[in-house]
Design a protein. Structure first.
Length: 191
């Protein structure tokens, strides 16, 4: 049997572009991303203080905003979702919106991603699957309720923890080694 010369297969730039296009088109049937255009949307606060959205001829009485990962993108790629969590669409860049809408949206994002740092845990009382925390943060004294244990007290690394209360508010312990002994004991009882 005669062995022929090895041939290397090389995809030229045109073929590679066609391949990427085919993959993108193949995913389009699974992912239907709607980009919210400022000209077709109107964000406003309801009398109850929640954000509502009028998108062309449809009104969403309550919407939630979520930053896309990574959070370092800040005001770019904001997911707008119904109360049920169903995505309505994506805001590409808040700067594309008028000053009033941008102010409402930025205020809501700041509220949602407000993360005070816990400096001291004054008390944690557990009852019927809930724990009631009283803490001192870099933003002052706070009281909040946490449901369960493991799902709400999340280790980020060996010394850093994120605590999520029942309302979705986040609290951070940046370094458990900096906590006083009493605070560490409370935290150990919750992890």
């Amino acid at each position: 049997m005669e062995i022929g010369e090895d041939k290397k297969t090389q995809i030229d730039i045109d073929e590679q572009g066609e391949l990427e296009e085919a993959v993108t088109e193949g995913l389009a049937e699974y992912v239907d991303v709607v980009y919210l255009e400022p000209a077709k949307t109107s964000f406003y606060r309801t009398p109850g203080g929640v954000i509502a959205l009028k998108l062309e001829d449809k009104t969403y009485p309550r919407v939630n905003l979520h930053r896309a990962f990574p959070f370092s993108l800040g005001d770019k790629y904001i997911s707008v979702r119904e109360g049920s969590g169903q995505e309505i669409g994506i805001i590409t860049d808040l700067d594309d919106f008028d000053e009033k809408a941008r102010g409402i949206l930025k205020e809501e994002l700041e509220r949602r991603y407000f993360t005070p740092e816990i400096l001291c845990i004054n008390s944690v009382k557990s009852e019927f699957g809930y724990s009631y925390w009283e803490v001192e943060t870099d933003r002052g004294h706070r009281r909040f309720t946490v449901k369960g244990r493991g799902d709400s007290v999340i280790p980020i690394d060996e010394v850093r923890y994120l605590i999520m209360d029942m309302d979705g508010n986040r609290f951070e312990i940046s370094d458990i080694r900096k906590l006083d002994r009493k605070s560490k004991k409370y935290l150990e009882g919750m992890i």
